[in-house]
Design a protein around this ligand. Structure first.
Ligand SMILES: Nc1nc2c(ncn2[C@@H]2O[C@H](COP(=O)(O)OP(=O)(O)O)[C@@H](O)[C@H]2O)c(=O)[nH]1
Ligand SMILES: [Mg+2]
Length: 411
């Protein structure tokens, strides 16, 4: 891959945020120049072998999951964490069928689990990590809660890198690119504590019967504005460096995943920045992770070559996402009265039900959890946990059915 070098890097305490880097060629020819770095496929493949891709999913169209699974490079392990319906329609069963078929046909390593599995709740409880459990001892609803589950499974497999891919992507080729972009980011990283966040080149919409290649989504534009304002008011120098505040498509080293705190639901991504600014920024008061502080935390922001075409989830979803995102800024330790007043102004009507922005639920770092013990418990007790290892032929009857084209009908 040939990728632009970052033109500038914003340094805030131990956090280094690289400016946007564009992908110039997905497959390059080894030609380097001062403005671009060539990363060979060999280097990328070496990262893929240590990378797990987590797919959080909740009631998506089964064809979309099928495309996403087929697009993820073989060398990665795939971990599907589903919060899909199991009552009226057992959507999780359909997801498991698709996963089994793909595993049987490709031999790729794929794990899957259902978020509401009581044994998953119990495994978290046993691990002393009950902050994501509800009153019945089940894991709460929420994308972030699913992501944490996936990260623990990735850790138990000894993975060094963890990435995420949404299940509602209409273009499998773009998913393949995202994974390669993550790997390229890690190839460029100089710190073991690093994160790669993707910025779509375009997010196409249908406007008056025509495709319009929109560059910015409403929520992401606003989230970025306030994350930048937070940073600018702290340093006294205006910046627009953050452009991936809501990047659902992101990846991080397991070392970094271990020391991050996570916000609930959809506020998880903007909170990455807020947490890193609070803990490792210029005004950090306590030194909890001296290794990371010394090594520095690197954030890469890569603009994809492919556009992002996903499911539209409606106005309510957009509002919730905006509220969750801006609440993380409002409650940052670095937030001053000026930024708080701007956030309140921005939220306006959305805030009607609350006097002040509600605080998101925070979940502490997962580094303290014994991931092997956690997975062992699931292996022996869980009804929904499936672990298809690389190279194992399973369920031959289903494979035959699939080859004959009899299973996986459109829903
Ligand atoms: N495991 C899990 N996944 C979820 C949950 N809620 C949403 N997702 C998945 O998270 C991904 C991103 O969610 P989406 O609604 O598309 O949000 P957006 O694309 O960021 O606007 C999709 O694959 C969803 O199916 C949840 O409660 N648990
Ligand atoms: Mg989506």
């Amino acid at each position: 891959m040939l990728i632009e070098m970052p033109r500038h890097t914003e340094i805030f305490g131990s956090v280094k945020i690289h400016e946007l880097q564009r992908v110039l060629k997905l497959d390059s020819g080894g030609f380097e120049n001062p403005r671009a770095k060539d990363i060979s496929f060999g280097e990328i493949k070496a990262v893929l072998e240590h990378l797990a891709i987590i797919i959080p999913i909740k009631d998506e169209k089964i064809h979309l999951l099928d495309g996403v699974l087929r697009a993820i490079p073989f060398d990665c392990t795939v971990i599907v964490v589903s919060n899909s319906e199991r009552d009226a329609h057992d959507i999780y069963r359909m997801e498991k069928d698709v996963i089994t078929n793909i595993h049987n046909l490709t031999q790729q390593e794929i794990l899957s689990i259902h978020q509401k599995d009581p044994e998953l709740g119990f495994a978290f409880y046993e691990a002393g990590y009950d902050c994501l459990l509800d009153r019945d001892g089940l894991v709460r609803d929420g994308k972030s809660e699913g992501m944490i589950t996936g990260m623990l499974l990735a850790k138990s497999l000894g993975k060094d890198f963890i990435g995420f891919a949404d299940a509602d992507n209409y273009v499998p080729g773009s998913v393949r690119e995202y994974v390669i972009d993550y790997a390229a980011g890690f190839c460029m990283s100089e710190s073991p504590y690093s994160m790669v966040r993707l910025h779509w080149r375009y997010k196409p919409k249908v406007v008056e019967d025509r495709l319009y290649f929109k560059k910015w989504g409403r929520v992401s534009e606003t989230t970025n504005k306030y994350l930048n304002l937070l940073l600018s008011t702290c340093t006294g120098f205006e910046t627009g460096v953050v452009i991936t505040g809501n990047a659902g498509e992101h990846a991080l080293t397991t070392k970094l995943a271990d020391i991050m705190s996570y916000s609930t639901g959809y506020s998880v991504e903007p909170y990455h920045f807020v947490y890193l600014f609070d803990e490792f920024g210029l005004k950090a008061e306590k030194i909890a992770y001296s290794d990371a502080l010394t090594a520095g935390i690197e954030i890469f922001q890569i603009e994809t070559l492919n556009p992002h075409l996903h499911e539209e989830k409606g106005e309510e979803h957009i509002k919730n996402m905006l509220l969750g995102s801006l609440c993380t800024v409002y409650h940052s330790e670095l937030c001053n009265d000026y930024v708080r007043s701007k956030v309140l102004e921005e939220l306006g009507d959305i805030l009607d039900a609350w006097e002040r922005p509600p605080e998101n639920i925070m979940m502490p770092p997962i580094g303290v959890i014994d991931a092997s013990k956690f997975t062992k418990l699931l292996k022996s007790n869980s009804e929904t946990f499936v672990m298809h290892e690389q190279g194992s032929i399973e369920d031959e009857a289903k494979e035959e059915e699939y080859l004959k084209g009899e299973s996986f009908q459109a829903v």
